[in-house]
Design a protein around this ligand. Sequence first.
Ligand SMILES: [Mn+2]
Length: 681
Amino acid sequence: MTDWYHLFSDRPSEYAAIIYRRFLERLNTYAGDKTNEEYLRQQALRYLLPSIHLLKSPFAFPGMVEAVDLLRATVAAGEKRIVIYGDRDADGVTSASLLHLFFREQLKIGSADLVTLVPREEDKYGITPGVAARIIAEKPTLLITLDCGSSNKAELATIAAQTGCKTIIVDHHFIPESPADYPQVEAFINPKLLPEPDFARDYCTAAITLRLVQGILFSYSREYHEAIGLKTATAQVVIRDGIIDQQTDFSACARQYVLGIDAGDSSTSHDLLKIFEHTARENYDMRRMFLAYQKMPTAISPLEVFNAVQSASFRKSHTILSQYLPLAAIGLVADLMPVYADNRILVREGLNVMARAQDTLPMGLLALLKKLNLAGSVAEQDLGFSVCPAINAAGRMGNATLALKALTETDPLEATKAAFALTQINAARKEASQSSLDLLEEALDSRSHDAPLAVALHDNFHRGISGLIASKIAERFSKPALVLVPDGECYRGSVRAFRNENVHGLIDALAEHLIQYGGHRQAAGFSVAKEKLSAFIDAIFEIAPQIFAAVEADAAAEGIDPFRNFHPPLEIESKHMRTPLWDELLLHAPYGVLNPHPVVALKKPGKVEVANLGKTGAHAKIKFTAPADSNIEGVWFFHNGEANNAAGSEDLEISGEPQIGKFMGRMQYRLKITRVEGIKK
Ligand SMILES: [Mn+2]
């Protein structure tokens, strides 16, 4: 197989190479027999060179052209009323905020022509009849549903019949099995409509929404819908809107490019290689791409070269797009999407914008980052630990509107107030999670201990955070967890995977017991009538061993969790624990699901010195006596009193995640300790 690693790497290094290889192994497990040499080439290229210019064309999504054309026609119309409806969680709210801000700021759609809605406390997931009534009351001419709508054929038909509106669905939830059950709308964008293993299938809604915005921006260029011919030594293709057009004749292209062959003296043919080289002079990513192409022309396909060169030339649209990138990154991290391919590029770019160009950020997001002490210094870990939970908290506590307001506010003072309210509601959410978890012993179904999943039910669980409780239980028991909470005449439930178990498949197999359900492979929600509850729970325990058998076998065979945890850790001697090593270990960031954050195990750390961090003493700062580089310090969160026992111990086995970030206002290299063994009690 081709050694992509040395072809694309600027700074090949031993540890970074291991991290890359492990990513490829996980990807193989994940995509399974659907991978092939071409798929792996595309993955390797994007992993080692995660440039925004390597994003595939937004028009590769089915429904994108229809959505863009419909939006443009609506914007041009004199009389219009656009209604955006986004789901309550961070992905839904960031999607709604992103599109709302883009319409207001860039397309100059006035407030009278644009209404953005999110669920109220009592609304269940999706376009329920109640939600449909709210939308109808707004008299839309165009409805855009974000992070929902894929399974709402009937409700969307009712809305269209009563208002005459046209509809665009932007969603990534499971689609109905039969195309006959697809909603009959003007544009249906859902990556699940793409064939496997297309890696765009793992987009979340906020990321697709960003690509929709990119598509709209592109549609105002003269290249939109233009047929462009591209000729290489071995083939000639027609490209339209960044994708291969099979229908159009090559000779019908007014503009033509050649790549790797002589352009001749034709006045209509341009030398793409020359333009590529020129672009490489002004753009770091393009330079790396060009160097790799020079070394091995098969490393980057002609279509990728064409799209990258074109993308790099659209400077103005990049400036506009980049301010919305952080919202897409938040949606991706909040929805725990696999961090590879386009997703990883978007998270990386989003983090870059947040860290380096905070003046360009939406006012509301900037206010929130300031409130969280993260302005100008957001690191990868901060998104998952601080930003996403704060945005999610509003919807979970029944006030998604608050998150929408915080993210779309354009007045600095109001934005600050909204950000404050968001952090307050997040504090209330934390309290509710803790008091719910305190009930776990009473709530846990005793069959959970011997079953491949845990089931918990309690009348005093907080209703809005059942998903969160399920995640915590899954972590605690290292297996999938299902949580049930009373909700009026029925029970509402959430189920979360621990690894890559197909929890949606479990719920799907139990559909006969349920009123409604929906979700993804790793997270699903449902509701069940009170009188059917006990039969439903019996059925779960009966069927779960079958559903999860395959995953259990995989896990047993490998002894590792291929998706979330970096295992086994990289062993390093403490004398090598220096800041350049930290840079090396973080070379392939951003990390996340499918590309987990590397974990190191320190050998011979010497004596440790322990100092408490913060007021409560829940966290500790650890200094190692052996390593020469005192710039790296250990931080042990929630050590449960263990840190004090570790003080003065020698040669403990310490594992943790290397992190670089601005902590308490200064740049720091640190080891976030996750495991300590060998403490004498
Ligand atoms: Mn989502």
